[in-house]
Design a protein around this ligand. Structure first.
Ligand code: ADP
Length: 268
């Protein structure tokens, strides 16, 4: 009977995240000290998973926004919408997170329009206030509110980097790809492919990462290695899965592609 009750009321599962250093501890202390956090690192290396893991661990609701070049401050704060003939104010994810004391995660923040920094500055200084110009409200963030942003320093151009006046408001955590044994363990756990069969895939990914910034813009991410392992686990031949999941997503140039195939063959 007690087992039944335990199952019915069990805690939501903590999203699996394998730490590579003291990032969990630092994040927790940033949260306790009401400091915003900036995550730097290449795509697909675990930043989003880390935030999901930490939000669950800290018992906070998480709002995630994938930023893009059309994203404006109104997309974050909210706007007046027409509902049944009436104009009503609808909070955006940032405003909701501030009101509820939640964590808001702005993924690839540098992609957003420049006016976004105007709303980020007052919530990231010690006033922790969110002014809603349209409604005239000034909302004080509760201690539980936390702002987390990420960006990928790899593919930013000069125009798309964070200004010092913005970045110097954040505690910054650098993310890279996990060490090979650790990455193989993560890939095995996420894909269901036995760990020893994930090891060569990680080796291929690391060989491809060596080429970052030369023939390819970005090397193969952990996400791609997991995709590859999942295809293999469901019955696709390794060489076909490697080409489709690890190599083709990296380039459209046939000559570069041939070079990547050779590199993968050597690494295997
Ligand atoms: P990012 O936000 O950096 O682009 P994600 O967090 O979406 O990358 O990571 C891609 C996938 O890789 C995740 O869904 C997860 O399966 C896996 N992953 C990467 N790093 C880790 C890690 N340290 N622990 C657990 N899973 C990881």
């Amino acid at each position: 009977m007690s087992a039944l009750i335990n199952t019915a009321f069990s805690e939501p599962e903590l999203p699996f995240y394998s730490p590579s250093g003291s990032e969990c501890l630092l994040f927790e202390h940033a949260y306790r000290n009401q400091l915003p956090v900036l995550l730097k690192g290449p795509t697909g290396c675990g930043k989003t998973r880390f935030v999901a893991h930490m939000a669950e661990k800290l018992g906070r609701k998480l709002y995630t926004v994938s930023c893009h070049d059309d994203l404006t401050s109104a997309d974050l704060t909210g706007r007046y919408l027409l509902k049944g003939g009436e104009t009503v104010w609808v909070d955006g994810p940032l405003t909701r997170a501030v009101r509820e004391g939640a964590i808001v995660y702005l993924d690839e923040v540098v992609e957003a329009r420049k006016d976004v920094t105007v709303v980020l500055h007052p919530v990231t200084d010690d006033r922790r206030l969110l002014p809603l110009e349209r409604t005239g409200e000034l909302i004080a963030a509760p201690p539980e509110f936390m702002l987390v942003v990420s960006y990928n320093p790899g593919y930013q151009n000069v125009l798309k980097s964070l200004k010092p006046s913005t970045r110097q408001r954040f505690i910054a955590l650098e993310f890279g790809f996990p060490a090979p044994e650790e990455e193989a363990r993560i890939v095995a756990s996420e894909s269901g492919l036995p760990r020893d069969r994930c090891v060569p895939l990680v080796r291929v990914a690391n060989a491809l990462r060596e080429l970052t910034g030369q023939d390819i813009e970005e090397g193969a991410s952990t996400r791609l290695v997991i995709h590859c392992a999942s295809l293999i686990a469901s019955g696709i031949k390794p060489e076909i899965a490697i080409e489709a999941a690890l190599l083709q997503p990296l380039t459209d140039d046939p000559e570069v592609m041939r070079a990547l195939v050779r590199i993968a063959e050597i690494a295997l």
